[in-house]
Design a protein around this ligand. Structure first.
Ligand code: FMN
Length: 157
């Protein structure tokens, strides 16, 4: 039996995730997407992954950059998750961000961040599993995370 897409989305959505912003500097301006598919992969070497849809128009701009930032949003940053996940509009309008010397874009106030390069891409159905090597990272574990579950932004508790 092959489940149809709405059913797959509904059932996949039962798995709660965080929300990450994957972003970089494109022609001096920040560009990025929201991603609920962020997963830590390996400790040695330090690797993390994000699944990117082949339909993404922003990923082709990010994929060739020297550095890409991944910011794990806090519960207070739901508006940023909505804006970065929207198909239209200026995604970084009103978003406090910074860029590193290497050019990755990080969201200020996030609960964790990773400064990455692309290590590997694995074509998997209608997405690419993009594996990133982590060069620098930090976390503010006192910042509660934003949660995405059943197609809705939620908070813990
Ligand atoms: C909560 C949330 C999570 C998302 N997670 C992913 C994801 O893991 N992978 C992905 O390719 N797109 C994901 N998206 C969609 C992208 O953020 C973005 O809307 C999509 O890439 C289309 O924009 P683009 O054409 O500029 O790339 C998510 C959107 C939202 C709102």
């Amino acid at each position: 039996m092959t489940a149809v897409e709405p059913e797959l989305r509904r059932v996949y959505g039962a798995y709660p995730t965080g929300v990450a912003v994957v972003a970089g500097l494109v022609d001096g301006r920040p560009a990025g997407i929201a991603a609920s598919s962020f997963v830590p992969v390996s400790l040695d070497p330090p690797l993390v992954s994000v699944c990117v849809a082949h339909t993404s128009t922003t990923w082709p701009l990010l994929g060739g950059l020297p550095r890409i930032g991944i910011s794990v949003l806090g519960a207070h940053q739901e508006h940023i998750g909505r804006r970065l996940g929207a198909r239209t509009g200026d995604r970084f309008a009103g978003v406090a961000w910074r860029s590193t010397a290497g050019g990755c874009v990080l969201v200020e106030g996030a609960s964790a961040w990773f400064d990455c390069t692309v290590e590997q891409r694995v074509r998997s159905g209608d997405h690419d599993i993009v594996v990133f090597r982590v060069h620098d990272l930090d976390a503010a574990l006192d910042v509660p995370p934003l949660v995405f579950h059943a197609s809705a932004f939620r908070r813990l508790g």
